[in-house]
Design a binder for this molecule. Sequence first.
Ligand code: C2E
Ligand code: MG
Ligand code: MG
Ligand code: MG
Length: 289
Amino acid sequence: AAKNDGRGRYRFYSSDLHDKAEDRRQLEDDLRDALDRGEISLMYQPVVDAGNNLIAGFEALMRWDHPEKGPISPAIFIPIAEDANIISRLGEWALRQACDDASKWAGNARVAVNVSPIQFANTELAAMVASALSNSGLAPERLELEITESVFLGENADTDNVFATLKKVGVRLALDDFGTGYSSLGYLKTAPFDKIKIDQSFVRGATESGNRNAAIITAIVSLAQALDMETTAEGIETLDTLDLIRKLNVSHVQGYVYSRPLSNHEISERLARGDLHIMPTGHDVHRYD
Ligand code: C2E
Ligand code: MG
Ligand code: MG
Ligand code: MG
């Protein structure tokens, strides 16, 4: 709504800003109760071994089904949760839920859980992870925590300590969205990552001739191999890109070309059948769920 600024002019711009801030505050309020109202859930996207099309694990991805607005993307609500001090509670819930779910799966598929840098600032994180593992009975080596480079921003002196404690607990660590943040290769010297996840932005358009992304992916893969880390290419949508990613020796693939995120029910049934083989298709890539 436009507002009269008192001098006879209407100030559309500031009132739009006001509406936006109001929307966000509303969303923040709604998010505070979302977990208790049962509106938050996890979906699981297969992570596939690029060499043999076998499922190696699943990434847990949070979903919010808003009662009026419908599904809201985590790209929108996670940053709000981080600003509003809700992320620790949501993150702990996701971790415990994912461990519970994975502990009931047939076989040894891994589960990867995204952890916000804000959770890393809490010295209790490693104890919470250990508790989630022992309550669920999930073997530590089946749990992978995904962290973005921004965890190294700022003078968070304890990051090294938290990593070391988590390695003692026995979980795996993955560096998420690699190459999009404030990349400094320095932290790779000491941080004990088991995997680098190559961000979608390098994958997109990687097949176009003259594109530099393929060269960058090659460099990331050789860096990871030298440091004894696995690689996952994120956001692979087409068979052409999958082809290229395989030629570049990326070890794992995650993307709509194999599967979009699935419910725990769907993957539990699949795993109960022992059906770990998954065929890439190029179809139906533009649905969101
Ligand atoms: P992310 O961790 O990098 O997760 C990968 C994102 O790529 C997911 O988006 C996934 O659905 C999407 N994706 C997978 N394959 C394809 C593909 O072939 N094409 C395209 N276009 N997208 C693909 P999603 O689920 O919307 O999540 C967005 C981001 O929200 C995640 O990025 C992660 O940073 C954050 N997030 C999600 N769940 C959690 C959570 O439980 N905790 C925290 N802290 N962050 C979360
Ligand atoms: Mg992730
Ligand atoms: Mg990612
Ligand atoms: Mg991402």
